[in-house]
Design a protein around this ligand. Structure first.
Ligand SMILES: Cc1ncc(COP(=O)(O)O)c(C=O)c1O
Length: 355
C-alpha cells in the first residue's frame, strides 16, 4: 500500500491552509496584518500567567473550574448554552465536522475567512459560494435562494473578514427560519468591534451556533481561547467531539484574569473604533481610494500600486495583508492599532504616495 491510499482520498486534492505567520515580530514590526490587538494585554493578565507558571503546576492536565460560568456571565447566556474551545477556529471545526458529511451542501459566502472552506473540504462537503458585494453587503437573497433539503450548513461571519461586512439581524432570522434543518454558524470573532450579537437567540433557534473568541480585542491569540454559544442540546453533542483538555490551562488563567480587569479591552476598542478607523477612512476618502465599508477593526482597501505599497510598508516595519477580490484585483487589508500607530501608518502611506 502506498502513502497515497492511507487517508481519505479527497484530502490529497486539498491544499494546506498556511497563513504567513512566520517572521512577524512585535519588537520589529507594527503588526497590521492579522486583525490582532496591536498592544500587549493588561498587566493583570501577565501577572496571573507568571503566577501560574511559577506555581509549579504546569505538569498537571488542565482543569477548567468555573471558567465556563464566568464566560457565560460575560456573554449574558446560560451556562448550559456555552462551551470553551481552542480558539474560535476549533469551534468552527467542531461545528462543521459534526454536521457535514460527504456531499452535503455547505453555503459559505465569499470572499471570507479561508478556514470555513478548509474545514468543509475536509468533510468533503459540497461547497456553494454566493458572493458578497461592496454595495449590497452579505448576499442574503442568494443564500435564501440556495437553501435546499441538502443544505447542512450556512456560514454567516458577522462581521466578515476581509470585507468587514455586518449582517442585519433580520436577515439572520430569515435564514434561520429558511434553513431550519441546517446549522447556521454565526462567527462573531470581531463581536467587540461590532457590538451586536445573536447569542440571545440560541434557545429559541436550535439551528443557531455562535462562535466567539478571546483572540482579537482581548489579545489572547497566542493562548487560544474561544467559545461556542448554542442550544444546550447542541453543546451536549459537541462536547462529545471536543477533547477533554483541548484548551490549555494558561488560556484559562489569562481569560479569567482578563474578565476580572476588562478595561484594557474596552479602552482599546473605543480608541480603534472612535478615532483610528475614522482617521484611516478619512485618509482613503481624501486620496480617493476605494475600500469596503467595514464594521470591524480592519479596512480592505484598493490603493494604486498595492504590491509596491506592501513592500514599502514592510521596509518601514509595518506589516499589512495583500488580499485579492473576486475579480482578481489586488487590495490590502489593514487592521487598525491605537492612535499613535495609526498616525505612523498614515505618515508612511503619505510618504509612499507623495514621494
Ligand atoms: C472571521 C474569523 N473567524 C475566526 C478567526 C479565528 O480566530 P481564533 O483565533 O479565535 O481561532 C479569525 C481570525 O482571523 C477570523 O478572522
Amino acid at each position: 500500500m502506498t502513502g497515497k491510499n492511507l487517508f481519505k482520498s479527497h484530502l490529497y486534492q486539498m491544499s494546506t491552509y498556511q497563513p504567513p505567520l512566520e517572521g512577524r515580530s512585535v519588537q520589529q514590526h507594527l503588526l497590521l496584518d492579522f486583525n490582532e490587538r496591536t498592544l500587549p494585554v493588561g498587566r493583570e493578565v501577565e501577572d496571573a500567567l507568571v503566577d501560574y507558571i511559577r506555581s509549579g503546576a504546569l505538569q498537571k492536565y488542565p482543569s477548567y473550574g468555573d471558567v465556563v460560568e464566568r464566560i457565560a456571565r460575560h456573554a449574558g447566556v446560560d451556562r448550559a448554552c456555552l462551551m470553551i474551545t481552542n480558539g474560535s477556529d476549533q469551534g468552527i471545526d467542531l461545528a462543521i465536522r459534526s454536521v457535514c458529511s460527504a456531499g452535503d451542501e455547505a453555503i459559505i459566502p465569499v470572499p471570507s475567512f479561508a478556514i470555513y472552506r478548509q474545514f468543509a473540504e475536509v468533510e468533503n462537503a459540497s461547497i456553494i459560494e454566493p458572493q458578497y458585494s461592496r454595495e449590497e453587503g452579505f448576499p442574503t437573497s442568494d443564500v435564501l435562494r440556495l437553501i435546499s433539503s441538502k443544505t447542512r450548513l450556512v456560514v454567516i461571519p458577522n462581521p466578515n473578514n476581509p470585507t468587514g461586512t455586518a449582517v442585519p439581524r433580520e436577515d439572520v432570522l430569515r435564514i434561520l427560519e429558511a434553513a431550519a434543518d441546517a446549522l447556521v454558524l454565526v462567527d462573531e470573532c470581531y463581536f467587540e468591534y461590532l457590538g451586536e450579537t445573536l447569542v440571545d437567540l440560541v434557545e429559541q433557534y436550535p439551528n443557531l451556533l455562535v462562535t466567539r473568541t478571546f483572540s482579537k480585542t482581548w489579545g489572547l491569540s497566542s493562548l487560544r481561547m474561544g467559545f461556542i454559544v448554542s442550544h444546550p442540546d447542541n453543546i451536549n453533542q459537541l462536547l462529545k467531539v471536543r477533547g477533554p483538555y483541548d484548551i490549555n490551562q494558561l488560556a484559562v488563567v489569562a481569560t479569567l484574569a482578563a474578565l476580572e480587569s476588562p478595561d484594557y479591552t474596552h479602552q482599546y476598542v473605543d480608541e480603534v473604533m472612535q478615532k483610528c478607523k475614522p482617521a484611516l477612512e478619512a485618509w482613503c476618502r481624501g486620496r480617493k481610494i476605494d475600500f469596503w465599508p467595514s464594521r470591524a477593526n480592519f479596512i480592505w482597501m484598493f490603493p494604486p500600486q498595492p504590491a509596491e505599497l506592501q513592500v514599502f510598508l514592510q521596509e518601514q516595519g509595518i506589516l499589512v495583508r495583500p488580499k485579492k477580490d473576486l475579480s482578481g484585483k489586488l487590495g490590502v487589508r489593514v487592521n487598525l492599532g491605537d492612535l499613535q500607530q495609526t498616525q505612523r501608518l498614515i505618515d508612511c502611506l503619505n510618504r509612499f504616495y507623495d514621494e
